[in-house]
Design a protein around this ligand. Structure first.
Ligand SMILES: *Cc1c(COP(=O)(O)O)cnc(C)c1O
Length: 422
């Protein structure tokens, strides 16, 4: 970063502060991670200088000798890893990938059916504030009030009632595995396309610890930067018969030139995701989540669905007499970074809901295992019981900084060494 330091000391200082924050804190945001140095370096490569609107062999500008190979390699690796018939690696991020999928198959006003936002669905699954809710007739299904689980019979009923053109499965905050065969059957019964948005759990699918939606879905969308641990970007995986519609919808439908530096970094991340060590990482994410969930429940915390099968958990703090936002703010001061989150049928407002969401991908990437997860739950218990004890929050932050320094994340090793030397 020497050049940045000289040219722009303000941004340099901010990047250094963010490095320190990422190094010193227990990061439990379920959608975040630490990418490898190889992914970081590729993201920052000169591929950022190229324009390549179009697809390999059919570009609008010359000079694609190298970029075509990069993109084809990324596509090939994604097809191999997920067993997909066709892959588009150009979406700028998860939201544009979903919007492109709608553009491929829908006209304005057509009906989509997805999981309600307050129940764990994503904005782009039909929330009213999103283009997906504004331009389409967006219908939603909810979780079961008693169990907090998806109720496939009621999803089927809703689908029969509203007859969506696209049925959407996938979530940002649901701690259980989805029944893709059941979703497929419902889609078939009502003549809908099935779209699965695996943004959150794609890394678990790649690592073989979560069933794959690819055999069941017409279209699978995913971000590349969550559990999959790649650069910020997205992919659309689909059946061969939808290839042309999807490609046309991404470009020229929604986007212009792809971000070739990102495409290359996606290829690197996919190579990593095909390795044995990635399988261990994926299995450890799930183990860590289970241990953290069990240990929090043993301390009297209420978990939606009483646990987790995947990388994330949703904690209902109602019985702890603290709101999700107060808890998240206190935890952050103490060095534990989570997000406040609505729980199903939340009685509080979305901007200050009853829950917090936590996920284990980032901690797993820096080497936290079962033993450390018990420590994490101890920290959380202490902070939630004393959210206004500034002294305790500060002491906890320091303890956490020392613990974290034993688990250096890629690119942050120098910071961890500095802590150990103090
Ligand atoms: C994160 C997420 C997205 C959107 O990804 P962005 O890259 O933030 O646009 C889409 N769908 C789901 C289910 C997500 O969790």
């Amino acid at each position: 970063m020497e050049n940045v330091k000289d040219l722009d000391p303000e941004i340099y200082a901010l990047v250094k502060q963010e490095e320190k924050r990422q190094s010193d804190k227990i990061r439990l945001i379920a959608s975040e991670n630490y990418v490898s140095l190889a992914v970081l370096q590729t993201t920052g490569s000169v591929l950022t200088n190229k324009y390549s609107e179009g697809y390999a062999g059919k570009r609008y500008y010359e000079g694609q000798q190298i970029i075509d190979q990069v993109e084809q390699l990324a596509i090939l690796r994604a097809k191999d890893l997920f067993g997909a018939e066709h892959v588009n690696v150009q979406p700028y991020s998860g939201s544009p990938a979903n919007i492109a999928t709608y553009l491929a198959f829908l006209n304005p006003g057509d009906t989509i059916l997805g999981m309600a936002l307050p129940h764990g669905g994503h904005l782009t699954h039909g929330a009213q504030v999103s283009i997906s809710g504004r331009y389409f007739d967006a219908q939603s299904y909810e979780l079961d009030a008693m169990t907090g689980l998806l109720n496939y019979d009621s999803i089927r009923k809703k689908a029969l009632a509203v007859r969506p053109k696209i049925l959407i499965a996938g979530h940002s905050a649901y701690p259980r595995i989805l029944d893709f065969a059941r979703f497929r059957a419902i889609a078939d019964e009502v003549g809908a396309l099935l779209m699965v948005d695996m943004a959150h759990f794609a890394g678990l699918v790649a690592g073989g610890v979560h069933p794959s939606p690819v055999p069941y879905a017409d279209v699978v969308t995913t971000t590349t930067h969550k559990s999959l641990r790649g650069p910020r970007g997205a992919m659309i995986l689909c059946k061969a018969k939808h290839a042309q519609a999807i490609d046309k919808a991404v470009f020229p439908g929604v986007q212009g030139g792809p971000h070739d530096n990102t495409t290359a970094a996606i290829a690197v991340a996919l190579k990593e995701a095909a390795s044995e060590s990635f399988k261990e990482y994926a299995a450890q994410i799930v183990k860590n989540a289970k241990i953290l969930a069990e240990s929090l429940m043993a301390k009297g915390f209420t978990l939606i669905t009483n646990g987790t099968d995947n990388h994330l958990m949703l904690v209902d703090l109602t019985n702890k007499n603290i709101s999700g936002k107060e808890a998240a703010k206190a935890l952050d001061k103490a060095g534990v970074v989570v997000n406040y989150n609505a729980i199903p049928f939340d009685k509080r407002k979305p901007f200050d809901p009853s829950g917090i969401r936590m996920g284990t991908p980032a901690l797993t990437s820096r080497g936290f295992k079962e033993k450390e997860m018990y420590l994490v739950s101890d920290f959380i218990e202490k902070v939630i019981a004393n959210p206004n004890n500034e002294m305790l929050l500060q002491q906890t932050a320091e303890e956490i900084r020392v613990l974290c320094s034993k688990f250096p994340a890629p690119g942050l090793e120098h910071l961890c060494k500095a802590v150990v030397q103090q």
